[in-house]
Design a protein around this ligand. Structure first.
Ligand code: ADP
Ligand code: MG
Length: 482
């Protein structure tokens, strides 16, 4: 039997407002527990919510970016449930009348093909607090700093058919929200979290299978792992003649296992009702238009511009436009070096490898865009070779200092004095007569080239990597053809 995977995502994005969605408390990440929770966040009787206009504007921006309708009237509702990190006993959310209606997100797959993923809707809601299970000796602590942080939840239609499509969709949303500047997109701090709905059905079948929902995945990789695991689990069940139960599951990324958390609840389990403390949100058409006029460049347009004006390939442009910070970094380096290809190669190669290895976001890179540009200029003006540049890059990363200072201090300047190079070549030839004889005797073109390169290698070694390789080649060519 051939199985088809069906995936729909619910994506929670923390909005980058200064204060919370219904109170004036700060949303800054990382403060001491409960220092950023006011009476309203603590659910004290008598407090009343006031809607944060910036959160509404950010939701409108998202809606416009995914070609969705913005509802002229949306309604906040109470979603009632009990949990220690939710002191009000309900989450203020939206259900029947969300702020953003149906839209569409275009994704590009690793093989270069494109696909449109429909968005069912997106709604505004508040985040909950956090339960802390460590350091409390058999008890749990509650930190309400996060309670009331504005979220936009983006709900897709079940349009994805593979983990690749799901990851491409998640990455595209990340690119969109960071380009818009409505979220910092920092997944290590929970700024973007994915609930993954998965079902399977026989290939060719039209009706959907029973789905499970795996909640709160906070990286693209964990999302991918959870999908692989869940698809396997469901196929095993069905092939054993059993049925998939509709349920909510949790993925443990350390153990690479998932387990059932609870059977699926329905909307009516939550006793939703319109929040009597908040008026319906009326949005005037001219307000939407003024936001539309001031929208920043979106990822698709940026990618096209990178192809047209910097001559990048579609794949390179797509990778650089994955998030706003990378795209901005690239543009600075490309402009300051006037060499987009070199800039793209270094950013996608050396820099991103290093950032990944040390788990640092590009916005916190110890080497700034201008510093990298300065280093690349030294390759272009032949002060150093590309190989030495990697060594300078390493020192810049460690010491955060200027490339020129490092080149000077470590004596890495490329040797371009042809007299000096010639002396070195002569010495190497004199010390390695066997290599020379073997080279001269060799008849097979390919082998001859290899032997030549070996001698070049010796000269480069003698110069400690500093001789200009082009010049070494040229001088050696002359000497050996005599
Ligand atoms: P609920 O209201 O119970 O949360 P929804 O119909 O709103 O359910 O769907 C929630 C998410 O699950 C959406 O992203 C949707 O695309 C996805 N989904 C719904 N049915 C399936 C299915 N059979 N297989 C995979 N994903 C599904
Ligand atoms: Mg739902």
């Amino acid at each position: 039997m051939q199985w088809e995977t069906v995936i729909g995502l619910e994506v929670h994005v923390q909005l980058a407002t200064q204060s919370k969605i219904f109170s004036a408390s700060s949303t800054q990440f990382g403060a001491e527990p409960n220092t950023q929770a006011c009476a309203l966040d603590l659910a004290m009787p008598g407090t009343l919510p006031v809607l944060n206009q910036q959160a509404v504007n950010y939701a409108i921006m998202l809606g416009l970016a995914i070609n969705a309708d913005i509802n002229p009237l949306s309604v906040f509702e109470r979603k009632n449930y009990f949990y220690p990190d939710l002191p009000k006993g309900y989450q203020t959310s939206q259900l029947e009348e969300p702020i953003v209606g149906p839209g569409v997100v275009n994704i590009q797959l690793p093989d270069g093909s494109h696909k449109a993923i429909r968005i069912h809707h997106a709604h505004l809601e508040e985040d909950a607090g956090k339960s802390l299970h460590e350091d409390f000796h058999g008890m749990s602590g509650i930190d309400l700093n996060r309670a009331g942080t504005p979220l936009i939840e983006i709900v897709s239609e079940p349009d994805m058919r593979s983990k690749e499509e799901a990851v491409a969709f998640a990455k595209k949303l990340h690119a969109i929200v960071t380009c818009l500047g409505i979220s910092d997109g920092d997944m290590s701090q929970g700024s973007m979290r994915f609930d993954v709905n998965v079902s399977i059905r026989p290939k060719g079948e039209q009706t959907l299978g029973t789905r499970t929902e795996t909640k709160n995945l906070n990286s693209f990789r964990f999302m991918e792992e959870a999908i692989v695991l869940e698809v396997e689990r469901q196929i095993d069940l069905v092939e054993d003649g059993l049925k998939v139960k509709q349920e909510t599951r949790l993925y443990d990324s350390d153990k690479k296992q998932s387990r059932s958390m609870r059977s699926k609840e329905e909307a009516n389990d939550y006793r939703y009702f319109p929040c009597p403390d908040l008026l319906p949100v009326a949005i005037a058409q001219d307000h939407i238009e003024s936001i539309r006029q001031s929208l920043p460049e979106l990822p698709d347009a940026k990618q096209q511009r990178f192809i047209d004006s910097y001559g990048l390939s579609e794949a390179d442009a797509a990778q650089l436009c994955d998030d706003r910070a990378t795209a901005d970094y690239f543009e600075i380096v490309a402009k300051e070096t006037d060499d987009a290809r070199l800039a793209a190669n270094w950013i996608m190669g050396e820099l991103s490898a290093k950032l990944n290895r040390e788990s640092i976001a590009i916005s916190h890179s110890p080497i700034t865009a201008s510093q990298l540009a300065k280093l690349l200029l030294r390759i272009k003006d032949n002060t150093i070779s590309g190989k030495i540049a990697k060594q300078v890059f390493e020192s810049m990363w460690q010491e955060g200092s200027d490339p020129d200072d490092i080149i000077e201090k470590q004596g890495l300047k490329q040797l371009s004095d042809s007299g000096a190079i010639e002396t070195m070549v002569d010495e190497v030839l004199a010390q390695n007569p066997d290599m020379v004889d073997e080279y001269l005797a060799e008849q097979v073109e390919k082998k001859k080239k290899k032997k030549f390169n070996a001698i070049v290698g010796r000269v480069m070694q003698a110069s400690k990597g500093k001789a200009n390789p082009g010049q070494v080649n040229q001088i050696l060519q002359q000497k050996l053809s005599r």
